[in-house]
Design a protein around this ligand. Structure first.
Ligand code: CA2
Length: 168
């Protein structure tokens, strides 16, 4: 019962009133080294910067009456903390590219599982087609969906799928 009440409260605070309408707020996270996007290894990750991806997400969210808050960190603990407080901070869902932590982090697995918000895992490249260590995702079992291989559009597709789910 307490759990149901908490979930209801979370979903209420995950929408904010702006100009008389409710808008869903989505947390977009990127992990280690993704701040270098567009500056190194363009043959794998392309030439678009993370700032450009964030701008595109902001306008796509606005077009759907939603909002995004985009953050990047090279530190696992920052990502764990941001995920852990996402519900209390009013986010309705999470889009995350955990970078190489995808393949190693039980801490991210626990954080995503614990927060209970719909979360989509995103990859710019297609990890399954690369080195064997990239074939395993530690977070896959606790995310609602996964998008990989579409370059920067992977983030947009993830946001769109998450909003579809939240609006359903
Ligand atoms: O394809 C993705 O989005 C990845 O999450 C990117 C991670 C990689 O470890 C995952 O297996 C797949 C690596 C991010 C490193 O990003 C860089 C970007 C530009 C230059 C150098 C690294």
């Amino acid at each position: 019962m307490a759990t149901r009440r908490a979930a209801k409260q979370r979903s209420r605070s995950a929408t904010t009133r702006s100009a008389g309408s409710r808008s869903l707020k989505i947390l977009v996270l990127s992990g280690p080294n993704l701040d270098r996007l567009g500056r190194r290894e363009p043959e794998i990750y392309g030439s678009t910067t993370l700032a450009q991806i964030h701008e595109r997400l902001a306008s796509e969210a606005t077009a759907r009456g939603a909002r995004v808050e985009c953050r990047q960190s090279n530190h696992e603990g920052d990502l764990v903390t941001w995920i852990g407080t996402a519900g209390d901070d009013g986010f309705a869902g999470i889009v995350i590219n955990p970078g190489a932590l995808t393949h190693t982090s039980y801490a991210l697995y626990d954080a995503i599982k614990g927060v209970g918000l719909p979360t989509v895992e995103v990859h710019i490249s297609k990890p399954d087609a690369r080195e064997p260590f990239r074939r395993r995702s530690r977070v896959a079992p606790v995310v609602f969906g996964r998008v990989a291989g579409f370059g920067p559009s992977s983030y947009s597709l993830a946001l769109s799928g998450l909003l579809d789910r939240l609006e359903a």
